[in-house]
Ligand binder design. Structure first.
Ligand code: NAD
Length: 468
């Protein structure tokens, strides 16, 4: 397989892809490593993750440079991605002393009930190109402290970043077989997914990928954690601070060249401020510098490949006239795809608007009343991230209420992208339902064991059952 940079479309080198036998061997090594890793005290497992965090701090710039080179992110966002890895390592180190279980009041005298959280087993991690290392870290940092070895199948579009991360985790002292990488495309991922020794498949990518693997894991009663596509929206209410909203929308819709799962794709604006907001956005978009992501002045780097560029082009053909932006910049090379972020005013949510086009194309819709805005917002098949811009406390609370946003993430006066690691990350509906990173997402990587201890000399049965 060939590693490429979207900056020029050129090759960065060739790498051998894993064979089916290589994947099986990696899983077998991980299963063997699990036998000892699971009984290493969790704080000691945390020490490996602490050293990984320290190495990431020491190599932040170099790794960020590689992310920029391979995924096309601007430097600041690439640095942010590595910072996110450092943050989740810190979080996981603390967690390694806090894998708490509950205790419950037993109905029987002289009995104690409790929950123990046990390591689950081998964790297969499949990741997308657009977060080529942070998503692995979200999974790996937690899985490692929870006692699970990790076999990582990174995106075939970003193999070098994966190899760099693997070098760091080995240097951090991960025992043999506890952290491994298998390179390759979907077929390598499928081999991992179907291996019955993989207890948890944590897969990040398109909804199509999740639809393909979810049933396969379920068929063998494996556990899956799916982090799939998004079609994220923001409501802008009449009381919104428009200066703040314009900045937030520009970053959320055009940042990362529209290639985040949390990218803002639909803007639902009250009719009374619609034209004003569109004008302001069109002006803001004119100042977005598109180009080489390694250039400090650039705000929008390239699309990942021709496939992404063609999907963007198809969406633009379908949507017709644009309020702002344009289809194409002059390419820097025949296989490099730079586009100018675009804004399209639409009258309704057509199938096009409800489709995730992984590129910087923002649809703007007008609404007249709150219920209509929420209905438009929740009409997407995906349910990842969402925002409301308002200065009206009642509207903000309604957005966060059970009758408000139906997403896994809901923000007030912040765009939908750029989450912190401390919260659980993920979404509902076609986004797959998984949660990873902060809060109690660690529970997905462990096996819950309910234990009852009888310290009396009697044998009372539950529910008062009499026997012998
Ligand atoms: P993709 O679905 O093309 O690939 C993602 C990963 O899945 C790759 O490693 C790929 O090789 C693997 N894969 C694909 N088909 C497979 C199969 N049948 N079996 C096993 N593995 C398979 O996605 P992409 O283009 O790399 O990333 C963009 C997509 O990812 C967008 O839809 C985006 O919204 C989504 N995404 C979601 C999140 C999230 O947390 N929800 C985060 C980042 C990206």
């Amino acid at each position: 397989m060939t590693a490429r940079t979207p900056i020029t479309g050129g090759s960065l080198g060739s790498l051998p892809a894993a064979t089916p036998g290589d994947v099986d061997d990696a899983v077998a090594r991980a299963a063997e490593a699990f036998r000892t890793w699971r009984i290493v005290p969790a704080p000691e497992r945390g020490a490996v993750v602490r050293r990984l965090g320290e190495l990431l701090r020491a190599h932040k710039s170099d790794l960020a440079e590689l992310v920029a080179l391979e995924a096309g992110k601007i430097r600041s966002e690439a640095q942010g991605e590595v910072q996110e890895m450092i943050d989740v390592c810190d979080f996981a180190v603390g967690l390694s002393r806090q894998l708490y279980g509950a205790t419950m009041a037993s109905e029987r005298p002289g009995h104690r009930m409790m929950e123990l959280w046990q390591p689950l087993g081998v964790c297969g991690v499949i990741t997308s190109f657009n977060f080529p290392c942070a998503v692995w870290a979200w999974n790996a940092a937690l899985a490692l402290v929870c006692g699970d070895p990790v076999v990582w199948k990174p995106s075939e579009k970003t193999p070098l970043t994966a190899l760099a991360c693997d070098a760091l985790v080995q240097r951090a002292g991960a025992p043999a077989g506890v952290a491994q990488v298998v390179l390759g495309g979907a077929e390598v991922g499928e081999r991992l997914v179907d291996n019955p020794s993989v207890a948890l498949v944590s897969a990040t990518g398109s909804t199509a990928m999740g639809r393909a693997i979810g049933p396969r894991v379920a068929a063998r009663f494996g556990r899956s954690l799916l982090e799939l596509g998004g079609n994220n929206a923001a409501i802008v209410a009449p009381s919104a601070d428009l200066d703040l909203a314009v900045r937030a929308v520009a970053f959320a819709a055009a940042g990362t060249a529209g290639q985040r799962c949390t990218t803002l794709r639909r803007l639902i604006v009250h009719r009374s401020i619609h034209d004003d907001l569109v004008d302001r956005l069109v002006t803001a978009y004119k100042s977005l510098t598109v180009g080489n992501p390694l250039d400090e002045r650039t705000l929008v780097g390239p699309l990942i490949d021709r496939h992404a560029y063609e999907a963007f082009g198809r969406a633009l053909d379908e949507v017709g006239a644009l309020a702002g932006g344009a289809r194409e910049l002059e390419s820097m090379a025949p296989d490099a795809f730079y586009v100018r972020p675009a804004i399209a005013v639409v009258l309704e949510q057509t199938p096009l608007v409800l489709r995730e086009t992984f590129a910087p194309l923002l649809y703007v819709l007008a609404y007249d009343d709150w219920d209509e805005a929420v209905a438009l917002h929740n009409a997407a098949a995906h349910g990842l991230s969402s925002s409301v811009f308002t200065s009206d406390l009642r509207e903000a609370e309604r957005f966060l209420s059970p009758a408000g946003s139906d997403c896994g993430i809901a923000n007030v006066n912040i765009g939908p992208s750029g989450a912190e690691i401390g919260g659980a990350f993920g979404g509902e509906k076609d986004t797959g339902g998984g949660r990873e990173s902060g809060s109690d997402a660690w529970k997905a990587y462990m096996r819950r064991m309910t234990c009852t201890v009888n310290y009396s000399g009697e044998l009372p049965l539950a529910q008062g059952v009499e026997f012998l």
